[in-house]
Design a protein around this ligand. Structure first.
Ligand SMILES: [Fe+2]
Ligand SMILES: [Fe+2]
Length: 315
């Protein structure tokens, strides 16, 4: 079979090149160069996208996807933050859009139209997101210790609920929880390598996305890879420590069953310095300032998330 490897470039016809050029200059916040007076190159890398204006045009022509030919064009993005930035910019520019949507209920995108009515999107595709199954596979192939696996499961479950509360992507936040300590066994003798090994692993697999930044901020005191900023990062920072504290509370409770543990008994143990000494209370209490969730509610959220997977975490 004779075949080609990929599309080399796409060229779109517009009615007024200057108008389209300034539209994209505003949208991408960049200066674009014209070529041969009648065209410009918007994206020189990836699949290059060119715009061209013909001297002879159909009178009052407008793009219509119902005609034969192009339906729409989609620009690839890696992270929700980038996508949100473009949603805001489109709104500032007065471009009509319904805002962030999800294709098949999952893959985030924003759709809009350029000055010639050409349907255009920014899109985050499926293959750049890690699924829960893939995350679990990474965890199980690199972590043999059952308690550590359970810790990651617990953090994943809490992260998922926190995402629902804080407007994050529940699947992505859960995945972050599942993999955040997946290189711990390999790096336990070199603590400054913790997370770096997982990050390299994800990069080798071609994963990108906001999850990468969030993971860079885990163990940042030793790796200095990224500052702790944003709700996803702070959710991990605070609930990582809290899940450990809840496990400790369960193990000293009368029935040793997490289903029987009450929020009040967790809160009561919080100020007791001699109890679960290794757990950093300040790190947990930052939920109030960084996530806007009161400590008691934070404990409630984490406890019920962990109770919902009690058998999986052996409690
Ligand atoms: Fe960790
Ligand atoms: Fe952890």
């Amino acid at each position: 079979m004779d075949r080609t490897r990929a599309i080399d470039h796409v060229t779109l016809t517009v009615s007024n090149l200057d108008r389209t050029k300034s539209f994209y200059e505003q949208l991408f916040q960049t200066k674009l160069e014209k070529h041969k007076e009648n065209s410009f190159n918007l994206l020189p890398v990836g699949i290059p996208v060119w715009f061209v204006q013909w001297e002879k045009q159909y009178p009052r022509d407008m793009f219509d996807e119902r005609r034969i030919g192009l339906d729409h064009i989609a620009f690839h993005l890696d992270t929700l933050e980038e996508l949100e930035k473009f949603v805001n910019r489109l709104q500032e520019m007065g471009v009509k859009t319904v805002g962030l949507e999800r294709f098949a209920g999952k893959y985030p995108y924003v759709a809009f139209r350029d000055p010639d009515n050409i349907q255009t999107e920014f899109f985050i595709p499926e293959e750049f997101m890690i699924t829960r199954d893939q995350a679990q596979e990474i965890l199980h192939s690199h972590v043999k210790n059952q308690n550590l696996r359970r810790h990651c499961l617990a953090v994943g479950a809490v992260m998922k609920v926190l995402a629902q509360k804080l407007g994050g992507d529940p699947d992505e936040w859960e995945v972050l929880g599942l993999i955040h300590d997946s290189d711990w066994e390999e790096t336990k003798d070199q603590p400054d390598q913790h997370t770096k090994v997982t990050l390299q692993r994800l990069q080798d697999l071609g994963y990108t996305g906001s999850l990468i930044h969030a993971l860079q901020s885990h163990n940042t005191k030793l790796t200095h890879l990224a500052d702790l900023e944003g709700p996803m990062e702070w959710a991990l920072e605070t609930c990582d420590e809290l899940t450990g504290f809840i496990v400790a509370c369960t193990l000293v409770s009368p029935t040793k069953k997490i289903a029987d543990l009450a929020v009040e008994s967790v809160i009561k143990k919080f100020p007791k310095k001699e109890f679960a000494r290794a757990v950093d209370r300040n790190q947990i209490a930052q939920c109030e300032e960084k996530l806007g969730i009161k400590l008691e509610e934070f404990v409630q959220i984490a406890l019920s998330a962990m109770q919902s997977i009690a058998s999986e975490i052996g409690l």
